[in-house]
Ligand binder design. Structure first.
Ligand code: EPS
Length: 396
């Protein structure tokens, strides 16, 4: 099973990740990680920080001659901004008293709960680790699982369907065409937009909404559509809560900073309809059972059903506002406008790339539970045998 941990503060020297459980023999190129890091840095609406950073991962262990060797992979990403923060983020070099404390928590952020929970007198240590800068390490770690899935014929892609008032919940009319060649095509199309939207009129409206929000010192959230194609029927399980694919995917998405809602297919729309208008009817087909609709979002009984898996994630607007909200000073207890910290106006496009990343280990682990195996050859042989068994069963 693939597990990973990340470490690092937003303005510390570096972010790092340890990825454990990757099978041996997986071919990895530096671009597999760095291209995903570069995609995560894109998106209209980011603040000044992205002009400072050029994220690249150094691989410190677990890869030899371009292939995994089954041992933990250690990744490290330098924070270029560190040089501007050596005082505020000193490890040993100067006393805490030399830096003015940050004592006004931002509503909607981890600030208040974090300082109470960990017993801090100020919020700086909370800001640093709660920051979505951490997702750079996650994207690097999860990119390895994405490579593993690609080798197994499983692709992940995403786009942004709404940013603030722009766009909406309706799926893009070009979606089936884009997904026909695999979900990576969808991502490629979304990569061409400054906000990862597929319709030019949505992109224009989103850019205008971001400009407006920035002028007003406000922030915007949005909706991400995520698709996984090529997963065979039967990944995940109904037999135990912790093997339910939908539950694991939802948990992975909600673990992204500021993601507050997840839908499997059009779940909320389905909730208002009778079953006869929701369930995807089955028709005997040549090769595999055929459905004319995908209102289940590719998951039935918490298992993949062979159709494209569709997940939708809602990101709330970022909690750091340049026009601050009401708060209070945790030392004097006086009312005070909330702390202003450099931040982004909108990070929904980045969140879309992060969403692709975090679901990869979930799907990879569901696949590894099905096939077992410690090296790529045996895993791919077993997967091929399983795919063949399904095809033969349905007369192909
Ligand atoms: C973030 C605040 C901003 C963002 C950061 C997330 O950082 P800074 O305070 O340095 O301007 O840029 O995102 C990243 C650094 C990143 O790599 O995505 C926050 O508070 O979550």
């Amino acid at each position: 099973m693939i597990r990973y941990f990340t470490a690092g503060e937003s303005h510390g020297p570096a972010l790092s990740a340890i990825v454990e459980g990757l099978p041996a023999g997986l071919a990895i190129a530096p671009g597999d990680i760095d291209d995903e890091l570069a995609r995560r840095q894109q998106g209209y609406g980011r603040g000044g920080r992205m002009k400072i950073e050029t994220d690249r991962a150094e691989v410190l262990s677990g890869v030899r001659f371009g292939k995994t060797i089954g041992s933990p992979v250690t990744l490290q990403i330098e924070n270029r901004d560190w040089k501007n923060w050596t005082s505020k983020m000193a490890r040993f070099e100067q006393p805490e008293e030399s830096i003015p404390p940050v004592t006004v928590p931002r509503p909607g952020h981890a600030d208040l709960g974090g300082m109470i929970k960990y017993g801090f007198e100020e919020i700086r240590p909370v800001i640093e680790r709660a920051s979505a800068r951490e997702t750079a390490a996650r994207v690097a770690a999860c990119s390895l699982a994405k490579v593993f899935l690609r080798a197994a014929g499983i692709q992940i892609g995403s786009y942004v369907s709404a940013i603030g008032p722009a766009g909406g919940k309706a799926l893009s009319p070009n979606l089936s065409e884009l997904l026909a060649g695999g979900a990576a095509n969808l991502s490629k199309a979304a990569d061409g937009s400054s906000v990862r939207m597929l319709e030019p009129e949505h992109e224009q409206a989103a850019v205008a909404a971001i400009d407006r929000a920035k002028e007003e010192g406000d922030t915007l959230g949005g909706i991400i559509e995520l698709f996984i194609t090529g997963a065979p029927m039967g990944l995940g399980s109904y037999v135990q809560h912790d093997r339910r694919l939908d539950a694991e995917l939802a948990a992975a998405l909600v673990s992204i900073q500021a993601v507050k809602g997840v839908e499997i297919g059009p779940a909320f729309e389905n909730a208002g309809k009778p079953g006869s208008q929701v369930h995807d009817e089955l028709f005997p087909g040549s090769g595999e059972p055929c459905r004319k609709t995908n209102r289940a979002g590719g998951i039935e009984g918490s298992m993949s059903n062979g159709q494209a898996i569709h997940l939708r994630a809602a990101m709330k607007p970022i909690a750091t506002l340049m026009t601050p909200l009401h708060s209070f000073d945790t030392i004097s207890m006086d009312a005070h406008l909330s702390h202003i910290e450099r931040s982004d106006t909108c990070a929904v496009p980045a969140c879309s790339v992060i969403a692709e990343a975090v679901v990869a280990p979930v799907v990879a682990n569901a696949l590894l539970r099905k096939t077992g195996g410690d090296h790529m050859r045996e895993i791919l042989e077993r997967l091929e045998a399983y795919r063949k068994e399904i095809a033969e069963r349905f007369g192909n």
